[in-house]
Design a protein. Structure first.
Length: 343
């Protein structure tokens, strides 16, 4: 029998894990809402010079790489062990870096599209529409990982598409309360950017999962690779797309504390998910997504003059129901009976 001290230790561990689940829920909710709202703010505020979004994407990748390097250093507890770990896994394994360059490239393109999307869609509409990544991830999982979905999950995906369609109907018909701001927005461009971003998110996420499951490297080492390669790809993209503007106005044109905060939120987002996914199950992540949508709507109403409509409320409700259903009713393989196994 277990001693009293062992029992107490187990109870404390279970209580701690239970608390971490709810901390994860709050953290995911705040991060999901804060990143989109802040990106929307820095892209639509009235400033003398607007920053070049591609520079922010590149710096976010660089920040992610540095943070992951520091985490590995903390785990190794020694600079020499840290350097040896990086040498063994990165320098001596160049083909592995080539594999990771695929999702690194896709994530950089996706992050650039996110800035384009939030520049043309209000935060609440973007937050709801971006849940299409659940659909794209599911389809890529079925195709690339041979994953099976339950009947209710397929129904949830249909409900998700209906919900996003309703929200986009509201977005395309609404004139917006801020006429000056709406003049510079194009809902069609925003929606195309969201759909493309969701496709990229689904592919990169599933591809990255396949790499993680097929190798012994830690998620932090993978984030070092993603961040480093993403920085190089982001720099190339920057000079191809905005090279002339950077040479004329400078790399840090339009930068202030708000832009730096957006970069930190973006870089911390991917790393945060890697941490909380250990404690938060799919149901909790579904609740976090729903809470983030509600929080984004409330804040958008008060700070971005967002106007709720019947279409938006109906669409957002359908999306939240679909997110919950998709996480709550996963596919369960039929049990193999003794008779069938002996047949």
């Amino acid at each position: 029998m277990a001693s009293d001290s062992q029992v107490k230790s187990q109870v404390k561990t279970q209580a701690s894990q239970g608390n971490l689940k709810y901390v994860s829920l709050v953290t995911l909710t705040v991060q999901n809402a804060a990143l989109i709202l802040w990106m929307r703010y820095v892209r639509t505020r009235d400033v003398d010079e607007m920053f070049i979004s591609a520079t922010a994407v590149m710096l976010a990748e660089l920040s992610k790489c540095v943070i992951a390097l520091l985490i590995i250093l903390y785990q190794e507890r020694s600079v020499s062990k840290w350097l040896d770990h990086l040498y063994q896994n990165l320098i001596l394994n160049p083909m592995d870096n080539v594999k990771v360059s695929v999702p690194a490239f896709v994530y950089v393109m996706q992050n650039n599209l996110q800035f384009l999307a939030v520049s043309n869609l209000d935060a609440a509409t973007y937050q709801v529409s971006y849940q299409l990544k659940i659909l794209t991830t599911a389809l890529f999982s079925v195709g690339m990982l041979n994953r099976r979905l339950s009947a209710l999950q397929w129904i949830a995906l249909v409900i998700l598409m209906c919900g996003v369609a309703l929200v986009q109907l509201q977005s395309s018909t609404s004139k917006g309360s801020d006429g000056e701001e709406s003049k510079h927005q194009n809902a069609l461009v925003g929606m195309i950017a969201v759909i493309t971003s969701c496709l990229m998110s689904g592919f990169a996420g599933v591809y990255f999962e396949k790499i993680l499951k097929g190798s012994p490297q830690s998620v932090w080492l993978r984030n070092v690779q993603l961040g480093f390669l993403g920085t190089i790809i982001g720099l190339i993209t920057l000079f191809v797309k905005d090279g002339k503007e950077v040479s004329e106005s400078g790399f840090f044109k339009g930068y202030d504390w708000a832009v730096w905060l957006a970069i930190m939120l973006s870089s911390a987002g991917g790393l945060l998910v890697a941490v909380v996914v250990k404690y938060a199950d799919n149901i909790l992540k579904g609740f976090a997504t729903s809470a983030a949508i509600i929080l984004s709507c409330i804040i958008s109403i008060y700070f971005f003059n967002f106007q709720l409509s019947i279409q938006f409320v109906g669409g957002a409700t359908l999306v939240m129901i679909s997110v919950y259903m998709y996480g709550r009713f996963p596919y369960v393989a039929p049990a193999v009976t003794e008779a069938s196994s002996n047949a």
